[in-house]
Design a protein around this ligand. Structure first.
Ligand SMILES: Cc1ncc(COP(=O)(O)O)c(C=O)c1O
Length: 352
């Protein structure tokens, strides 16, 4: 406990970046830059919370491994905390996970166990924990309850504090994405607890069960294929996803997610992973709607992890071609939106 607490005490808060939009729109867009944590993603917060929760519950034992099912970012952060407290760490991940995440897990002293089918990660992690006498951390179940959603400098409290001196200090919307669903649960619970008027929107990629499950009130929804947007979108509805707490969901085409981060690079001079683009596209849609209704206010999204991890995927034209993903029309729509405030397909007749 002492080592994890001391590590938190040495850490600084993440920045709330301003994304330039025409000032006269009266709408401000911010991105909470979670890529600046020591392990490079918003999963640093989650990993710390999961280790504290497991330590307080007596679930982690000296010399016994911590095992996790992950799409990679959580495992990178958990490998860091496992080494901090001196226990072995094993990440169970799908074979398609980018090489950069495997390298980072190994850099932090962890071991990667790759499985062919993304749906196998849960069962394999459970089995490895039983075989080794280790602890299966199970972020997909415990993310929402391990996080202190009332405050304690969680991501929501930090966003509200950092907005205090802005012209629209209470955001109209915060847009999140869902891997475990933990971040959206923390944001939504905090907003209610703080009695804020902010809406919470979850942007979901193609091939994810979260959106159809929320739309149809069907917790048993599943999909046949894994998400192409690493870190978010699951083939089943994870126990940590709290649909009743959120106000809105939006399905985002994968091409729009990738176009979003490509344009973001021009706007901020920074690369981000594609899940950042998923949220960004939803934020652009919300802003376009606000513009159409002549509303003013602020919208906050998340910069989840750095794009440098995904040079072989979202920043590689041959990968896009192999996936039959054409980002061109979406790049065009975003560039047009940044000037006009409309995200409609360029040259399409106006809906009004
Ligand atoms: C890159 C990235 N973005 C966003 C998320 C979504 O976060 P959460 O698990 O809190 O739903 C994840 C989760 O794994 C992620 O890895």
């Amino acid at each position: 406990m002492g080592k994890v607490q001391a590590d938190a005490n040495r850490s600084a808060d993440t920045h709330l970046l301003s994304v330039p939009l025409p000032t006269d729109w009266g709408i401000d867009l911010y991105l909470k830059d979670e890529s600046t944590h020591p392990t490079g993603s918003l999963k640093h917060r989650l990993a710390r919370s999961l280790f504290l929760y497991a330590l307080c519950n007596g679930w982690i034992r000296p010399g016994r491994p911590v095992i996790e099912a992950s799409s990679g970012s959580t495992a990178v952060s958990e490998a860091y905390f496992a080494r901090l407290i001196g226990v072995p760490f094993v990440a169970v991940m799908a074979r398609g996970t980018v090489r950069a995440k495997v390298d980072l897990i190994e850099f932090h002293g962890g071991h990667c166990h790759l499985v062919n089918d993304p749906g196998e990660v849960y069962g394999t992690a459970t089995r490895l924990a039983a075989e080794t006498g280790g602890h299966y951390m199970d972020q997909f179940t415990y993310a929402e309850r391990a996080t202190d959603w009332r405050g304690n400098n969680n991501i929501a409290e930090s966003i509200f504090r950092q907005l205090a001196a802005e012209r629209h200090p209470v955001p109209a919307w915060i847009v999140a994405t869902a891997g475990t669903g933990g971040t959206s649960a923390t944001l939504a619970r905090y907003v209610r607890y703080a009695q804020a008027t902010t809406g919470i929107c979850v942007a979901d990629p193609e091939n994810s069960a979260f959106f159809p499950s929320w739309r149809d009130s069907d917790p048993s929804a599943t999909t046949d294929t894994g998400s192409r947007i690493e870190g978010i979108g699951r083939q089943r509805v994870e126990p940590s996803f709290v649909p009743g707490a959120i106000d809105r969901m939006m399905r985002v085409p994968d091409a729009a997610s990738i176009a979003g981060v490509r344009v973001l690079e021009r706007l901020l001079g920074r690369r981000a992973g594609a899940s950042t683009g998923t949220g960004l596209w939803a934020a652009f849609r919300i802003i376009a709607e606000m513009r159409a209704r002549h509303e003013h206010g602020s919208v906050v999204g998340l910069l989840c992890d750095p794009g440098e991890r995904y040079l072989e995927k979202y920043y590689a034209d041959d990968w896009l071609a192999a996936q039959s993903i054409d980002i061109g029309p979406y790049v065009q729509r975003i560039e047009h939106f940044l000037i006009s405030g409309s995200l409609e397909p360029v040259n399409a007749p106006s809906p009004r």
